[in-house]
Design a protein around this ligand. Structure first.
Ligand code: AP5
Length: 231
């Protein structure tokens, strides 16, 4: 999770936003960069769960099997984890939810929770990428085990193979980027997360980003949306 303050390329308005899109669409890449530049909070449910697994917590033990197989973790576990995170003092300014919500019950729980605190979502960004590109991105992804920076052997290689440009940590591949798990993740995305596009469209919050473009071009699109007034 990122939360460092920074001034570079600041997006003027405060935002409470959801990054929605299939596995490998670039949500984490953009969220990390934006959060670091804006001093916004980056809440990645995938990163939080991986941290629980690494620390061997009870939640990590329950989530691990689902994650390794490419399945979504049960709603009740995720909703409780996110509600607790959003209740902390550092979540009272701009934040990005990356990878949550992913089911209609999660979206409805989030709406109820935010309404109770009079802090509605300002934007929902849909990262649109075709399946062929997603497969290339996921199989080529490497992440830093220390700072979480994301690379791609084909599209965004580090300066030195296997070494993080930011902190010199060792790069590694995620267990759920194996081809079998990737197939399950894409299928569950279509079936369980796909309906959220209509849900947020109906609320007038959904804005689409062409996430097949180069990372800098995607970032410009994201900034343009977030600097606009919400509906
Ligand atoms: P999570 O970690 O959220 O995985 P995901 O949603 O599948 O998303 P990814 O992290 O795979 O992709 P991304 O869109 O962030 O892409 P990235 O920026 O890395 O979740 C993991 C698991 O946790 C789930 O499967 C589930 O089990 C569980 N979980 C999490 N949240 C849950 C929830 N709400 N409910 C239930 N279970 C939950 O980029 C991908 C690659 O592409 C990188 O190599 C990157 O360098 C490259 N790239 C990025 N942008 C570009 C670009 N513009 N051009 C070229 N390459 C690019």
């Amino acid at each position: 999770m990122t939360g460092a303050a920074g001034a570079q390329g600041a997006t003027p308005r405060r935002y409470r936003t959801v990054f929605l899109g299939p596995p490998g669409a670039g949500k984490g890449t953009q969220a990390k960069s934006l959060a670091a530049a804006d001093g916004a909070l980056h809440i990645s449910t995938g990163d939080m769960l991986r941290e629980h697994v690494a620390k061997g917590t009870e939640l990590g033990a329950r989530a691990r099997e689902y994650m390794e197989g490419g399945h979504l973790v049960p709603d009740a576990l995720i909703i409780a984890m996110v509600e607790e995170r959003l209740s902390r003092p550092d979540a009272q300014s701009s934040w990005i939810l990356d990878g949550f919500p992913r089911t209609l019950p999660q979206a409805e729980a989030l709406a109820r929770s935010l309404a109770a605190h009079a802090q509605p979502l300002t934007h929902v960004l849909y990262f649109n990428v075709g399946r062929g590109v997603l497969l290339q991105r996921l199989t080529g992804r490497w992440s830093c085990g220390s700072c979480g920076a994301i690379y791609n052997v084909q599209f965004r290689p580090p300066a030195v193979a296997g070494v993080c440009d930011v902190c010199a940590g060792a790069l590694r591949q995620r267990d759920d980027d194996r081809p079998e798990a990737v197939g399950v993740r894409l299928e569950e995305y279509e079936r369980l997360t796909g309906p959220l596009l209509g849900y947020y469209q109906g609320l007038g919050l959904l804005r689409e980003v062409d996430a097949e473009a180069d990372p800098d071009v995607v970032e410009d699109q994201v900034r343009e949306v977030l600097s606009s007034a919400s509906n």
